[in-house]
Design a protein around this ligand. Structure first.
Ligand code: XMP
Length: 512
């Protein structure tokens, strides 16, 4: 396996992901517990991640000395390269100007890391993000690539198999970066690329069994991909020690609650409690038009209802959640100071504390597309696995202004038509998320010979890889015209349809 020592970079999980993509198992350990864990792991190679700290000074994070004495290959990335240099006798300094974003490297010498990727004399794009820079390299190393801001953009000691890159090979903005990481794990560490999602599944099942023992687990099903795959995986691991709870908040799309309940009860045979709490939610939302207040209200009632249902089960020790890595990373703050809350996505944040349950989160290290791959591995149906994400507060954040039963009904009808047309056009899987929004604005129209004064419906569709950034989807005019005609003809209450062409940033995906 590969051991990744984490110095706190925002993208450490991307390193793990690239290693997984190369078919190799990896483990991440924080730098401050690496020394004690090292002997138990016995890795074939070590990657030192980037991080927000500065190498300059005494009390800064360091790799355990053993890392450089075990005779295994080491790849230091950004901070990892700097600490490797500092620890092995090189020098790191803070230059006048820092380097963030796209940069170019010039390859000046061969090394095993570049094998089949870069040749001497080549120039290629990389992604830099550093303040300090290496100004002298330890004995035995040579500079194999340079950049304007980093004379030692890549350094190599082929004999010891130590490598360092100032840039980030793990991010997509370094186009050949994944190949460099693949070279490191295959050619330099000599690991075969035979680790797959099937292996992940086996390992995850093992570790769920170990963690849970003969305890009881409850899992809140939302109908979305993450909680569904979590439920199926956990059920495979511990069978009926798992009970799922589905709380219908009255904010789901047309037909959705029925689908979830029948799928889990009838097809997967997973014990499921179905609680229809629509009235509780909708009554509480009455007259509330602030997006954050809506989220908090929905989150609070969800916790109450879930708690009530779960306590009927009795004796549960664990709460299972389909938390993904991007959720984990979004909820912590970084070196730049606490991050600003744009939207309080984590609507059920208080649940485990309140219920005095331990969290079971088998996907904390995975990205959404990896959870989808795992779902396929578990034999789950494509319609479920490839579903677009759906937010916890549901349609409430797609009716700007106050939510009412009437407005939700109008929205459901429009949304159904829109998604039906997207599916018919074969575009569903090209789009990351698509939905209709019912604006609280009425406009004048003319239908037949009469005047109308009805609501505006906005359509949204985006492409994205992780929901953090997104682009609007370029539908044909033909397609937009067809959807708009159908919605206006078939949905009473809407007489105008508009298409949202905002990317994220500066927009967000949802309107609230
Ligand atoms: P935004 O609108 O922030 O959305 O660009 C990014 C992704 O997150 C989803 N989203 C939420 N999910 N609770 C959730 O569980 C929320 O409050 C929430 N708000 C947005 C959104 O649907 C998109 O996939």
């Amino acid at each position: 396996s590969i051991l990744i020592i984490d110095f706190g970079s925002q993208v450490t999980q991307l390193i793990a992901r690239r290693v997984r993509e190369a078919g190799v198992y990896s483990e991440i350990v924080p730098f401050n517990s690496a020394a004690e864990k090292l002997p138990g792991i016995n890795p074939s190679g070590i990657i030192l991640s980037g991080g927000p700290a500065s190498v300059i000074g005494d009390e800064t994070p360091r790799a355990p000395e053993a890392v450089f004495e075990m005779g295994v290959p080491v790849l230091g990335i950004c901070y990892g390269q700097q600490t490797m240099c500092a620890q092995l006798g090189g020098r790191v300094e803070a230059p006048d100007h820092r380097e963030f974003g796209r940069a170019e490297v010039d390859v000046v010498a061969d090394c095993a890391l570049f094998d089949g990727v870069w040749e001497v004399g080549q120039r290629d794009q990389v992604w830099m993000s550093h303040g300090d820079t290496v100004t002298a390299i330890p004995e035995g190393f040579t500079a194999v690539a340079t950049s304007k801001g980093a004379p030692f953009a890549v350094i190599a000691n082929d004999e010891k198999k130590f490598y360092g890159a100032q840039f980030h090979p793990e991010v997509v903005h370094t186009p050949r970066g994944a190949e460099l990481i693949s070279n490191f794990v295959h050619k330099i560490c000599g690991l075969p690329g035979d680790w797959t999602m099937a292996s992940f599944k086996e390992q995850a099942i093992e570790s769920i069994r170990r963690e849970v023992g003969d305890g009881k687990v409850i899992c809140g099903l939302s109908g979305g991909v993450d909680s569904s795959v979590a439920a199926v995986l956990i059920h495979e691991a511990i069978g009926d020690q798992l009970t799922c709870v589905y709380v219908d908040n009255g904010l789901m799309r047309a037909g959705e609650s029925e689908q979830v309940v029948s799928l889990f009860r009838d097809q997967y045979n997973i014990p499921l409690i179905h609680r229809d709490a629509s009235d509780l939610f909708l009554d509480a939302l009455e007259g509330q038009d602030d997006p954050e207040v809506k989220r908090k209200t929905i989150g609070r009632i969800f916790i109450d209802v879930f708690d009530e249902e779960a306590s009927k089960i009795g004796g549960a020790e664990f709460l299972a959640q389909g938390t993904l890595y991007p959720d984990v990373i979004e909820s912590v703050s970084f070196a730049g100071g606490p991050s600003v809350t744009i939207k309080s996505h984590h609507n059920v944040g208080g649940l485990p504390e309140r219920m005095n349950l331990k969290l079971l989160e088998p996907f904390r290290e995975l990205f959404k597309d990896e959870v989808r791959a795992l779902g396929r591995e578990l034999g789950m149906a494509a319609e479920l696995i490839d579903r677009h994400p759906f937010p916890g507060p549901g349609l409430a954040i797609r009716v700007p202004g106050a939510v009412s039963r009437d407005r939700l009904d109008i929205l459901r009808k429009a949304d159904t038509i829109y998604l039906e047309e997207i599916r018919n056009a074969g575009l569903y899987n090209e789009i990351w998320q698509a939905f209709a929004v019912l604006l609280p604005v009425r406009t004048v129209g003319v239908m037949g010979d009469g005047r109308t004064y009805e609501y505006v419906c906005a359509l949204r569709a985006v492409t994205s890889t992780d929901g953090m950034t997104a682009d609007y989807y370029p539908f044909s005019h033909d397609f937009l015209g067809r959807v708009s005609t159908r919605i206006i003809n078939e949905v009473q209450g809407i007489n105008r349809v508009v298409y949202d062409t905002t990317s994220k940033p500066p927009g967000t995906i949802e309107w609230e």
